[in-house]
Design a protein around this ligand. Structure first.
Ligand code: DHB
Ligand code: MG
Length: 207
């Protein structure tokens, strides 16, 4: 099977920058074995990007909205000090069970928890795209001043093209319109391209 150039390029740079990781491989395998759609998780390069941001800001408390099988939560938890915490919010019961298994496999059960306790240094929003604005507003409320919010999938399906009216794409547009008039944050979108196709991370800091 020939991979598209974006995916090949992603694999190429990863081959220098992301170490072999049998634990994460086992986590991914378990996620797929349990029938959870790992394909829609963040890519390895994006997982490492989240990890590096948390190291950069010295994050201790992280909130993740929409955790799927825990792949991004594990990347993030690994960036936290021993007394740090990733709070995973996941509505789907099967996903929540798989997260608990995967976090245990990764030896991070003491750092990854389902109980929210504000304030947070960082919030990663990656749940249903229709509710992105609601999650963003709540994330701001739970964030410390100067804290960071990243929202996944703001480029998915080309929100720029008005003929795309799918609800998730409308969700990304609604969030952009909301932030345009929001005096509490400064934000930008970093478009992403690679194994997950064309997309974007919205990066915001609370002022
Ligand atoms: C898809 C990708 C995502 O990153 C996500 O959070 C949800 C869905 C997708 O490709 O369908
Ligand atoms: Mg996503």
């Amino acid at each position: 099977e020939s991979l598209d150039l974006w995916t090949r390029s992603d694999h190429y740079t990863n081959s220098f920058l992301i170490r072999p990781d049998p634990v994460l491989d086992a986590v991914v395998q378990n996620t797929m074995d349990k029938g959870v759609e790992h394909e829609i998780a963040v890519s390895p390069a994006q997982g490492k990007f989240l990890h590096l941001i948390l190291l950069s800001i010295g994050a201790k408390r992280v909130l993740e909205v929409g955790s799927l099988g825990g792949y991004s939560a594990i990347w993030m938890a690994r960036a936290l000090p021993d007394d740090g915490e990733v709070v995973t919010l996941e509505l789907n019961e099967l996903h929540a069970e798989v997260i608990a298994e995967n976090v245990k496999t990764a030896g991070l059960s003491s750092k990854v928890k389902p109980e929210p306790l504000a304030p947070f240094d960082f919030v990663f929003i990656d749940a249903d795209k229709e509710s992105a604005t609601k999650y963003f507003i709540e994330a701001k409320r739970l964030l410390r001043k100067g804290g960071v919010i990243i929202v996944d999938n703001v480029g998915q399906g080309w929100p720029v093209d008005p003929s795309n009216t799918e609800s998730g794409i409308e969700g990304a547009r609604e969030l952009l319109r909301y932030i345009k008039d929001d005096t509490e944050v400064e934000a930008t979108v970093i478009h992403t391209v690679g194994a997950k196709g064309f997309d974007g991370f919205l990066y915001a800091i609370s002022k």
